[in-house]
Design a protein around this ligand. Sequence first.
Ligand code: AGP
Length: 602
Amino acid sequence: MCGIIGYLGKNEKKEILLDGLQELEYRGYDSAGIAIIENKKLKNFKAVGRLKNLREKTKDYLSEGFGVSIGHTRWATHGKPTELNAHPHMGAYSFVVHNGIIENYQELKKELQAQGVNFLSQTDTETIVHLFEKNHDMSNNTWQAFQTTLSKLEGAYATLLITEADEESIYFAKNGSPMLIGFDGEDIYFASSDTPIIGKATEVYYLEDGEFGYAKDGKIYLFDANGEKAFSTQALATDKAMAQKDGYRFFMEKEIYEQGQVMNDTMMGRVLDDKIDLEELDLNLFENITNIKICACGTSYHSALSASYLFERISKIPCQIEIASEFRYKEPLLREDTLFITISQSGETADTLEALKMAKRAGLKSLSICNVDNSSIVRESDASILTRAGIEKGVASTKAFATQTMVLWMLAIYVAQAKKTISSELLEQELQAMRETPKALIVNDKLHAKMTRLSKRYLHGHGFFFIGRDIFYPLALEGALKLKEISYLHAEGYPSGEMKHGPIALADAELFTIALMPKSLHYEKIKSNVEELCARDVTLLAISPEPFELADDYVQTTYNSHPMLEFFEMMVITQLLALEISVRLGNDVDMPRNLAKSVTVE
Ligand code: AGP
């Protein structure tokens, strides 16, 4: 989803903007642009497609001396990915970049057009810059014009504006979309997340919704609805190494391999010898709570679904799962004895964030499980547990899913401890299985080579069905989502017992069925379901510790007495399968078409 960068200072600005945008690539984009004002000279460049196109266009340009500058990667929402629709958007003497959606832009646009304003793009963003200039033409006061402009905007936005009418300032506002300010002496940076400014700024301030202001003379003037406000910065993280590829072909591949390691981080200080300790939680959070509702999107929703089995089975607490985009408009009946849990890798997913706000308005206590500290969802929640997966750059989520699932598993045990619904024997077994999880996630060369070999047989066909039962059903959904995201092949996840109620009609040799057949959970049941499909001649890839003679292809996993260990081992196999199919098809593994890493629009 769109990325924003801004810089005010004396250093060369083009490289700062382009490097910053490069770091925001992971959010997904289809065009990019920059605008710089310095020494009364205004420069603006835009290009469709990858950043290398923008680099090519700007190769003969270097900025000099003090100036203000803004840049943007755009993920098309209103209007096609064209150069005219790319940001920064231009008025007669000002430029704006924006992330989010101006919901009343049609109305504003009509009013402006009626006053003779000519629009060049199809975007909602362009209204901001024209509105600002109209206000400025009337007041001849840039700050006042900016504030009046903000008062007219409805919807979500993070925005930066620069203008020849005040060449030394960057105007900013945040409401619903992420933005932070970085500081290094008198140099000031703006960005959608902290990666672009790591190594440049030393201190950071994460803007809150409803905050706006301007940067001038190396200082920030910050305001909200109550007027000017003081703020304090915090030290900015310095470790960018985690965000590099480390010799892997793709970030996604690196992230699959990292899962064993990051899982140790996720468990550190939480999985103790005799209990789960989540020090970020106060037991008051669970007071008077009789049920749990979990709300999330995409992969995070799949981890929620697997957790629903664990909460009911281990914690003995009713647990309902909701897809955030559906939840928002179903007029849900919310009760204050429900703990509302949101799960999000990015912490910025608009649907999940809005669902959380709804639950809070209804008086529910909230807990978020998130990978990004200080993200909007974390800040909005009463409590949060960080997944500690490190920066995930591949658009297709892997280690975030693994760590979310682990946090949920720990939380289920934690609740069971508090409610005393778990025996000491069972607790010991669960803790032991958790300790063994990093091992189950190790990718060995033989397995990877096997998945590379197998992948060549799965490049066509009329569809994939990933099937499983119990917690392996959400894993089947996740396996199918991974495959469709990066291979663009049609894939579905299905409960294996449900195939006979309809989808079995599709069965023929061209239907690729990936069966998750753990030995520790309902093996005989899923075996019968798979046999029914084999009798209809599907092409079967069986993933199981137990050899299955009807399988066309077979990946053997470890015999394990705990289903979660089988779960994590099979998860890695489905990730590798998706990866290798995508590689053979020549797709962009890390930035698949049409997808964005952080979905900050509805
Ligand atoms: C995962 O591979 C997807 N790219 C997507 O489904 C993602 O999980 C979803 O958009 C939710 O994102 P979040 O976890 O950042 O909220």
